[in-house]
Design a protein around this ligand. Structure first.
Ligand SMILES: *Cc1c(COP(=O)(O)O)cnc(C)c1O
Length: 368
């Protein structure tokens, strides 16, 4: 079976360094929010190109705490996409705010900047741009729009560690950005983890308080809406080891995407598209076909796992249907047709060239 993602292969490729890092944390005896977390916060923020990083328990928490740190909550609207992991939307609801869905671009399936302005109301406080599948959203245009309309900009970069827009890495454009270190992400822990990165010292300080009971540095509770969302030392130590190979692993993903592109040329499927001037990191390799469900069964029969990211889209999940009334104008037609067609092929740095050829051959064979 060729899996879609394989965190075990990544562990094996760095087994000795990872084991050493874990043993060292065990014998130091500091297990939550210690020196490893502080070092990883500095290193990861520097990698993204901003001064502050605050480790939290997950990517979902990073978005929810990020919203709260901006003072966004009940009565406020947050514009985002329905074509995303439900976590992006659950985090808005968790912060007490109301998600407002806009459609995605037909080419790379990231948020369509042209759809944002018509969705702005007097209650709108922020836009969450999701860099989906490792493809940077059109973040420079979105940032200009947010500045002009005085909205906060949050980047959901849970699938885009290291992706670039122009020369800058995504995560450095918004007021703050949320990352997830779930094991299958481009930078993955051996459990859950997340981080908020920002260039604003005051925001970073507020996030630090919110992640631990609302405490300030003297353990005085300053905020009643704090909770417990901490990153632990073992995860941080492992993530520091893996950060060293993030760029080379992303380069491997780009090589695999290039190979898929060549091998699938002329096949009746839509291949992933990237906007000019950006460098994606291919968290997922998502093709589109009207025969998605049949192809998925066929691939499974050939020993190839494929997954669907995402169907149904967020606004059609029972929990979020209530927010569909916020969909204005032309609706979410691109989102809804993409949901019926998307199929994620195996994509992870350790995937071998013969495996990539095997997957591509099976996709070809489906049509023959
Ligand atoms: C994974 C993911 C999240 C949530 O991260 P968790 O660490 O699982 O909470 C949020 N948004 C997107 C786009 C994701 O892919």
């Amino acid at each position: 079976m060729i899996p879609c993602a394989c965190p075990l292969a990544q562990y094996r490729s760095q087994q000795h360094a990872i084991n050493r890092a874990i043993r060292s944390v065990l014998s130091v005896g500091r297990y939550v929010l210690g020196p490893q977390v502080e070092a990883f916060e500095r290193e990861f923020a520097a990698y993204i190109g901003v001064p502050f990083g605050v480790g939290v328990a997950s990517g979902t928490d990073a978005i929810a705490i990020g919203l709260r740190s901006l003072g966004i909550g009940p009565g406020d609207e947050v514009i985002t996409v329905a074509h995303t992991a439900v976590a992006s939307v659950a985090a808005i609801v968790q912060a007490g705010a109301t998600p407002v869905f806009v459609d995605v671009r037909p080419d790379d399936l990231t948020i369509d900047p042209a759809r944002i302005e018509p969705a702005i109301t007097r209650k709108t406080r922020a836009v969450i741009a999701v860099h989906l599948y490792g493809q940077p959203a059109d973040i420079a245009s979105i940032r200009r729009l947010c500045r002009r309309r005085r909205l906060a900009l949050i980047e959901d970069a849970a699938q885009a560690h290291g992706a670039r827009e122009g020369k800058r890495r995504v995560g450095s454009f918004g007021d703050l950005a949320a990352f997830s270190f779930y094991p299958t992400k481009n930078l993955g822990a051996i459990g859950d983890g997340g981080m908020i990165v920002t260039r604003h010292r005051a925001l970073a300080e507020r996030v630090r308080q919110l992640r631990e009971y609302g405490w300030d540095r003297r353990r005085v509770c300053l905020r009643s809406n704090g909770w417990n969302s901490r990153l632990d030392e073992i995860q941080a130590a492992v993530l520091r080891v893996k950060l060293r190979t993030l760029d080379s692993n992303n380069a491997k993903r780009r090589r695999i995407a290039g190979a898929y592109g060549r091998l699938l040329r002329g096949v009746d499927v839509t291949l992933p598209a990237s906007r000019q001037g950006c460098e994606p990191v291919h968290h997922l390799y998502v093709i589109r076909t009207a025969h998605r469900d049949q192809m998925r069964l066929f691939l499974a029969g050939q020993g190839i796992q494929s997954l669907i990211h995402y169907d149904p889209p967020a606004h059609l999940h029972p929990a979020f249907r209530a927010y569909s009334k916020n969909i204005i104008g032309v609706g979410l037609s691109v989102t809804e047709s993409a949901a019926r067609e998307v199929l994620s092929l195996p994509m992870y740095p350790e995937l071998t060239a013969p495996q990539v050829r095997e997957v591509a051959a099976a996709v070809r064979e489906f049509f023959s």
